[in-house]
Design a protein around this ligand. Structure first.
Ligand code: AHR
Length: 343
């Protein structure tokens, strides 16, 4: 808060001096890709928030972006500077440096991967700008480099998926059968990938009859999910289950399975599961293609705003804030649940 008051005073002083002499070196965002706006004197007493977003790789990500854009509005007292890093860490680092240069009040990051952030977070700390992590985690030696994190429990999501599969196989009389599996992983090194892989593996190791044939990254996209599944189907002719580390990869996998002349879903050859629980996953389950989806809630805009409001009021915030999540499968009344889904 104090920093913002000082910056308003500095801005007023700058306006006076600029009247006498126009500066050729006003700060501009670096490599503007995806930058919506710059901080200007129009920001007034708005709270400026720079959001370093991962990209636009999935339905989940689109809902997450929308959540931030509809929360951090001028009507709500914010100036949002949004940057889409196109799934590249170097772009996110550039965006964070640009936010520091623009002297924003808060930096919010949904990190593409977990490691490699120390230097740029030190720079934010030196500039006195609080950093809030949202969605994915960072591994840093000093957790004072960020104020708080809010997101899903990815390990738990993976474990819930494994537990669901064990129950499903048991209920279908396949509890003791040898089950061949493949995994289409998310972006390697992203905490959503690391956690879901680890969580599912915690359950896999409890079942001697489960065999993981292969694991490859589908980068959390439908196109790559399809490509990876096509290659799995060429390499293995007896796949019973495909674990897709997000719903969009599952949609791609389903297309690949059908193109190969096989079937999937509750009545098909291959069990397909995804993560996120986006609306399209409900449609896919209703169509009989997808078996289950494990929820990951993307609506972090209001959660981050609450953290910022508490900090503005001088209150303390919980460092780690997990969001409650559920799962959905074809045994549920999906037609009734779908219209109630917010994303
Ligand atoms: O970090 C959350 C994951 O990122 C979501 O599962 C996925 O859809 C997104 O790309």
């Amino acid at each position: 808060m104090k920093k913002r008051v000082l910056s308003i005073i500095a801005m007023l002083a700058m306006t006076v001096s600029m009247a006498a002499c126009s500066s050729p070196s006003a700060p501009t965002p670096e490599d503007g890709e995806g930058d919506d706006t710059n901080v200007s004197s129009e920001a007034g007493d708005l709270i400026t928030v720079g959001y370093a977003q991962v990209g636009a790789e999935s339905d989940w990500r689109t809902a997450n972006t929308e959540s931030f854009k509809s929360t951090f509005t001028e009507e709500n007292g914010y100036k949002l500077i949004f940057d889409d890093a196109q799934q590249k860490q170097e772009n996110q680092i550039k965006a964070i440096r640009s936010f520091i240069q623009q002297d924003v009040d808060y930096i919010v990051v949904a990190p593409v991967v977990e490691t490699g952030w120390e230097t740029v977070l030190e720079e934010a700390k030196e500039a006195g700008i609080p950093v809030i992590l949202s969605d994915r985690m960072m591994q840093v030696s000093d957790d004072e480099l960020y104020v708080a994190w809010v997101g899903g429990n990815f390990v738990k999501e993976g474990e819930t998926c494994g537990e669901w599969l064990a129950k499903y196989l048991e209920e279908n009389g396949r509890g003791s059968e040898e089950i061949n599996m493949v995994t289409i992983q998310g972006t390697i090194g992203a905490s959503a990938q690391v956690g879901r892989t680890e969580g599912f593996n915690n359950i896999l190791t409890q079942h001697d009859n489960w065999k993981m044939l292969d694991m490859q990254s589908g980068e959390f996209t439908q196109a790559k999910g399809q490509e990876v599944m096509e290659s799995f189907l060429k390499s293995y002719d007896d796949i019973d289950v495909v674990i897709c580390e997000n719903d969009n990869e599952a949609f791609g996998a389903i297309d690949a399975i059908k193109a190969a002349g096989k079937t999937c879903g509750p009545d098909g050859d291959i069990i397909v599961v995804g993560f996120d629980s986006v609306k399209a996953a409900f449609e896919s389950m209703i169509a009989g293609d997808l078996n289950a989806t494990f929820e990951c809630n993307p609506l972090h805009g209001p959660r981050v705003a609450e953290i910022i409001q508490k900090l503005e009021a001088g209150e303390s915030v919980d460092k780690i804030q997990y969001v409650d999540e559920s799962y959905f499968d074809t045994s549920m009344d999906l037609e009734t649940i779908l219209p109630e889904r917010a994303y």
